[in-house]
Design a protein around this ligand. Sequence first.
Ligand code: SF4
Length: 465
Amino acid sequence: MTATATGTPATATTASPYQSYVYAYPHKTAYRPLPDRPALRTLWADEPKDALSLYLHVPFCEVRCGFCNLFTRIGAPDGLTTAYLDALDRQATAVREALEDGGRGRDGAGGRGGLRFATAAFGGGTPTFLTAAELTRLCDIAEHRMGADLRAVPLSVEASPATATADRLAVLAERGATRLSLGVQSFVDSEARAAVRPQRRADVEAALARVREARIPVLNIDLIYGIDGQTDATWLHSLDAALAWRPEELYLYPLYVRPLTGLDRRRGGPDPAWDAQRLRLYRLGRDHLLAHGYTQQSMRMFRRADAPPQGADDYACQTDGMIGLGCGARSYTAGLHYSFDYAVGMHEIRGIIDDYVSRPAADFARAEHGRRMTPDEARRRHLLQSLLQAEGLDTDDYRARFGAGPADHFGPELDRFAARGWLADDGPGSPRLRLTPEGLAHSDAIGPELFSPAVRAAMAAYERK
Ligand code: SF4
């Protein structure tokens, strides 16, 4: 369902609309070392494995953008990318063996052991930091080691303008990439510099031309609003420059200043004027894209209405198992979310990558760091990740999964959102729980309000490094 842009501002709340971007719940800062280091074979034994998501993490970038808190390092000394791919190869082999060893779907359709991937993604960092030959190897690991049929499933890859070279794009297109996401951020050179993401517009345009020439079906362009010096006019200028490429998708990200990132030193404390700037630019951007034939999928994501359907890309992946490979990647079973250790600071990230590449295969057969999912956390995750989509939550589906309606589990929270004008009133008995346009605008305040007290406490106690 498409959200319209006709909503009036909701009842004011004093909290900032920009609390945090909840792209996954619980956040990795709520993960902790798992003293029993459970074997993946046991963890996955009873999990459905016939429609998994595969994610390969490449933790390298050419520059560290000032706003970025992702798990990535700048550059790679000689031999590190090779060592990293060697470790990925060992991890993939160990994980596949563990998954094929146990449980449901053992002889089911779709590959040895019933193991089948429905989607795949290469993220980072910047996967295209790897050379064309290294990307070939990355695809080989996904296909030959993990058994993912990359040409048969949606494959999404992130890239930066400088690394989206013709030879790399050719490899990705040939291996089945269906979506290429380009981190542009701004078409105004001075804004790119202000966000500590220095690049020239001419280079960005050339990269976009190369992506279109590679004929990867879906082009996504990431843009950022809320940059120092950005005005309504310059924001519209960037949006129009992006629209000139008729991207199938656009992500509009509010700028955040997160602890330990490059921009962190520049600001401190609440900043109502900045909040107001970001909300204004959000509404402007949203309305501009809606007027240009895009539909809103979530606060950040817009899709061209006449873009070819993406099939399994639209799959409700929050309910499925996920296998993440690489040292910044998470994996999800119904009962446990796990990953390797997490850091934002450069020194710690380097240490974690160095540790990862030195690991023997046996280490990859166990989960070391994570968070157990209780029934309450599973309900929160489902509510949160569905409600923050424009199409909202299917209440019948929720009831079928969890034995009661969302209002039975989250009555006070939903009442609060409704009182602020953030929940659509679709009438009694409506099968969907949806946010209003203003609710969507406040997604980054709604998400954190749905965190459990336990996750909140773990995140607060996390020592940033
Ligand atoms: S925003 Fe993307 S390109 Fe920039 S440092 Fe983070 S992962 Fe790398």
